[in-house]
Design a protein around this ligand. Sequence first.
Ligand SMILES: Cc1cc2nc3c(=O)[nH]c(=O)nc-3n(C[C@H](O)[C@H](O)[C@H](O)COP(=O)(O)O)c2cc1C
Length: 341
Amino acid sequence: MILYNLYSSCMRPLLFMATPERAHNVVLGLARILSKEPLRSLFAQKVDYRPCEVMGLQFSNPVGLAAGLDKDGDAIDYFGALGFGFIEVGTVTPRPQKGNPKPRMFRIYSARGIINRMGFNNRGVDYLVKNLKKRSYSGIVGVSIGKNEDTPLEKASEDYLICMDKVYPYCDYISVNVSCPNTPDLTKLQQEEELMALLKPLKERQAELTEKHGKYVPLVVKISPDLYDHELQNVCSVCVDLKIDGINCTNTTVSRSIVHGMLHVNEWGGLSGEPLYIHSTRILRKVNNYLQGAIPLIGVGGISGPISAREKLYNGASLVQIYTSLVYQGPSVVKQIVNNL
Ligand SMILES: Cc1cc2nc3c(=O)[nH]c(=O)nc-3n(C[C@H](O)[C@H](O)[C@H](O)COP(=O)(O)O)c2cc1C
């Protein structure tokens, strides 16, 4: 096995000399190459088997890759080989789109955070489906779905339905992203009426697609850490009423309170990584208190090692996901978390 501590001594310093987005593209390019055999086996990371069943799905361990890193599903096999129990790809939209102008990703180095305003840059759902079909990773794969930037909010459900129809046969769960702060007004879809109007047709379509494809694909809703208590309660009651299968707590935050004064924090966008941990865990705890186990929860936001992952589990999560700690610590963080849960 390749020495993974090479990441912090050699690879990260090199990558961090480049802009965050260029570094991201280099890593994804490499990951794509390493997705293929025999390189994949060479770089594979063996982690402990910690099986769990959530939403009726069997996971080899409860640690997943969060949405947004492999938006187009180009390197599912590589990330799978790192030991993740599940991979979430996307967020994908019906049509390809470029996202926001660059620069749109910033390192908050002193806090081990990232601010991003990518804006759902992706190659569109048809491209993603091709990659889903090609994968050899046998673990759980979720797809995060969204709407194109130029689709008006009132028509949002049409975009989500297009994506749902196309990815349904090729994935294990679908995550409905209504919490990205970088697509104009998207987070308004979390308001009670708007959420009901969006999710009801998706639940109805889920029933039709279950019949058509002979398999039930759970629907997860990913929420923002910036919701007020009454909004959170409304989101929870809509999800219970509609029998949503899972809630992902949380996306990135627009709050800067904890990183005030640090370099780049005046950039607009969503903050992830360690400074998000407190916000997202507080939301997770509240959702868990409201729901009392009625809906399984995925805890994401600021997990940087086994202790913060355990805290998410103690606060009600059945599964956890990481993104930013992979950027700062490299692949070894996956093994460290899985083996010490
Ligand atoms: C550059 C970047 C892009 C992201 N893109 C998406 C996305 O497309 N869809 C989504 O649901 N979340 C997206 N996220 C949010 C992550 O999935 C995750 O919820 C958030 O980063 C918190 O986890 P972390 O602190 O472990 O990074 C993105 C995060 C980053 C840093």
